[in-house]
Design a protein around this ligand. Structure first.
Ligand code: IPD
Ligand code: CA
Ligand code: CA
Length: 247
């Protein structure tokens, strides 16, 4: 099955991340870096997944990309959380979304430093390793809300609604932490498709929703500021985004 191939690829990529030698680091832009391991992982994933699905398209962070096409392919972030990875902070993940006609059918987000494989297949539920996962069932007042340092909102906004705000530095892991109930929600800004494609299916299969800040459903074609939360708590998150805009 495709999900098993994807998990094997993610594990192989994870071994490359854990066992790397000294890193070669390049700046791509302000606050944006790539290492030789990002590129090697991406090459390996494209080669192996391309053998499994010979006509597949690939959208992947460390290559030039066209628009997301129809048909079957993969959206890949070889390492989400590169800044963490470069600095020895064990919070980064290999992310693969198997997509057909712009819909994610299978997804894996694997953090090799904790051997945590978040995964889902459409209408089959979401899992962390072998355990089924579900979003949290608690009021936001008692939950942590995850965000990004790029979010225009101030942490005070989140602290007024939730028990506290945290920044993980990996959008995909943040979405998976909402899916598994570790966090009550996630608010972000300036994401690319590969930062949330896999997490979107894992979240939805765990009972959550991925929204744009105006409350419409997020698709792969370009939300900028997205919210991951429980369906019955979306109004609170939309209110936080409105408050952030008003500042
Ligand atoms: C980044 C991470 C980070 C988010 C950035 C992303 P990268 O991805 O997901 O949490 O704030 O917007 O670009 O560069 O580590 O793959
Ligand atoms: Ca990323
Ligand atoms: Ca990346």
């Amino acid at each position: 099955m495709m999900i098993d191939i994807m998990k094997d690829c993610a594990r192989e990529a994870g071994t490359m991340m854990v066992k790397h030698g000294s890193l070669q680091i390049e700046a791509k832009g302000a606050n944006d870096y790539v290492t030789d391991v990002d590129k090697e992982v991406q090459n390996m994933l494209i080669e192996k997944l391309g053998q499994a699905v010979p006509d597949a398209f690939f959208i992947a962070e460390e290559k030039k990309n066209n628009k997301l096409p129809d048909g079957e392919g993969f959206v890949i972030d070889p390492i989400d959380g590169t800044l963490n990875f470069m600095n020895g902070i064990p919070c980064s993940a290999v992310c693969i979304a198997h997509v057909t006609d712009k819909e994610v059918l299978d997804a894996v987000v694997y953090n090799p430093f904790r051997d945590e494989m978040f995964w889902a297949s459409k209408e089959q539920g979401a899992f962390l390793n072998d355990q089924k996962i579900h979003i949290a069932d608690r009021p936001i007042k008692k939950a942590l809300v995850l965000t990004e340092d790029t979010w225009q909102g101030h942490k005070e906004i989140i602290r007024n609604y939730a028990v506290g705000a945290r920044i993980l530095g990996s959008a995909e892991l943040a979405i998976c932490f909402v899916a598994s109930g570790r966090a009550g929600g996630y608010i972000s800004q300036s994401l690319h498709m590969w930062d949330y494609a896999a997490g979107k299916l894992i979240l939805e299969e765990a009972g959550g929703i991925l929204l744009e800040k105006d409350g419409s459903h997020a698709c792969l074609l370009g939300p900028n500021e997205i919210i991951a939360c429980a369906p019955d708590q979306q109004d609170i998150f939309i209110a936080m985004c409105k408050e952030a805009e008003g500042r």
